[in-house]
Every structure is written in structure tokens, then in C-alpha cells.
Design a protein around this ligand. Structure first.
Ligand code: FES
Length: 238
């Protein structure tokens, strides 16, 4: 007889208590390989009706569904899971409840920063390095393994203030602005200063060991960190 169930562990963090629930996912067909999000939706419908998690587009566009699968950040709507896998909240951000993490201290790092007009009446074409960076969906998978983000006081930021130190995502935003053909020269200098104020220099010594992975496949080391280091410190040897 075929087994139509797969066992998935769901780690929950609620009221400061960590608990693990074994959930038996009922496959919809014998050969189904469900996504992590399918498991969460079914678990919520059938057993844990107050299970908290985020999702939006279900199509790898919105970036809000990121969770850890076996301790690695993955988009829940795109990560296939198998018997014995563990789903938990992203380890790199503080938990609000269950699989929902607090994301706003990251986006707040850029508040008020983009002062450049978005009106491109002249249709000035940007080159491909700029367009590559526009595929970022803000899933924050790149926080994993970032030595700079680790320096932030992740759990005790009660004031909701932006994190002090940057991360590959915030540097990607800056590099994209830097490459934008509408960004004036004077503003480019400010962009590099902003990157330095977020701790860019840490990446100089860590560059060769840096293990950061983008959720949608952007080469963050080559396309973001390297050019920023070159422009900030004239580091050509990376
Ligand atoms: S739900 Fe939008 S990327 Fe997963």
C-alpha cells in the first residue's frame, strides 16, 4: 500500500515558547512533491488554525513568504519539501509569531534616501548590470551568512529604529541607484558614503569567505559588493 503522508516538523515560536509540531501532510496525489507553503496552508486548515505565516503572490514575485527550510532561507511558495524536513522562521530576523518575522528595520535603512526623481522622460537606457539588480524581490534570503547583518542587535531593537549595519539587500538598493543613468554624479558620492556608513568596509576583509546567496539568483558578491568596494575604497584586487 502506498503512503500518502509526509511528515514535516513545524517549529513554532509563540509567547516566547518554542514548540515543535509534527504535521502529517496528506498528499493530493501519489507523486505530489508539495511546496512548503502547501504544507503550511493545509496544516492551518486542518490542525493548527491559528498558525501564523506570510505569503502573497505564490509565484516568486513578492518575497514575503521566506522561511527557513532545514535551517536555510527559502521561498515557501517555491521550496519543495520531503519527509522529515523542518520548517521554521528565518533565523536572521526577530520573530513576531510562529513563522512571521519583523522585516521593517531593514527597509527602514533606506527611508528618505532615494531622493532621485523616477521620471525618466528621456527614456535613458540603463545597462544590463542595472537591470539584473531589478529582479530582487526583497525576500531577505541574503541576510543568511552576512557578517555585517549579524552585528545588529536583532532581538532587542525595541524602538523599531532601522538596523545600524547593512546587508546585501541594502547594498543592492544602493548599487542599483548608483547604476541608474538618472542618478547625478553628486548623488553617486552620497550613495557611496551611505554604503560606508552602513559598514561596507567589513566586506573588505570578509570578501573571499563571504557566503551569501540571493533568493532569485543575483550574484551579490560580483554585482553588488565588489563594485561598491571598488568605488568606495578603490579595491581592484577582489
Ligand atoms: S508568496 Fe510571493 S514570493 Fe512566495
Amino acid at each position: 500500500m502506498t503512503n500518502n503522508f509526509i511528515n514535516i516538523k513545524i517549529e513554532l515560536k509563540r509567547d516566547n515558547i518554542e514548540q515543535t509540531t509534527d504535521y502529517k501532510y496528506l498528499k493530493r496525489s501519489e507523486d505530489e512533491r508539495p511546496m512548503a507553503l502547501d504544507v503550511l496552508l493545509q496544516a492551518q486548515e486542518k490542525e493548527i488554525d491559528d498558525l501564523a505565516f506570510r505569503y502573497g503572490c505564490r509565484a516568486r514575485n513578492c518575497g514575503v513568504c521566506t522561511i527557513d527550510v532545514n535551517k536555510k532561507p527559502r521561498l515557501a511558495c517555491r521550496a519543495r519539501v520531503k519527509d522529515g524536513d523542518t520548517l521554521s522562521s528565518m533565523a536572521t530576523l526577530p520573530v513576531i509569531k510562529d513563522l512571521i518575522v519583523k522585516r521593517d528595520m531593514i527597509s527602514r535603512q533606506m527611508v528618505g534616501y532615494n531622493k532621485i526623481s523616477s521620471n525618466n522622460d528621456l527614456n535613458v537606457e540603463a545597462d544590463s548590470s542595472y537591470h539584473n539588480l531589478t529582479s530582487c524581490i526583497e525576500c531577505y534570503a541574503c541576510l543568511d551568512g552576512c557578517p555585517l547583518h549579524k552585528k545588529n542587535n536583532l532581538e532587542n531593537n525595541k524602538s523599531n529604529a532601522a538596523y545600524t549595519y547593512g546587508n546585501p539587500f541594502s547594498f543592492l538598493k544602493l548599487q542599483r541607484l548608483y547604476l541608474d543613468p538618472l542618478t547625478p554624479k553628486t548623488e553617486k558620492k552620497a550613495i557611496i558614503e551611505k554604503a560606508i556608513s552602513l559598514g561596507l568596509e567589513t566586506y573588505r576583509s570578509e570578501y573571499n569567505h563571504l557566503k551569501i546567496k540571493c533568493g532569485v539568483g543575483i550574484d551579490l558578491k560580483k554585482e553588488v559588493i565588489k563594485p561598491l568596494l571598488e568605488n568606495a575604497f578603490n579595491d581592484k584586487e577582489q
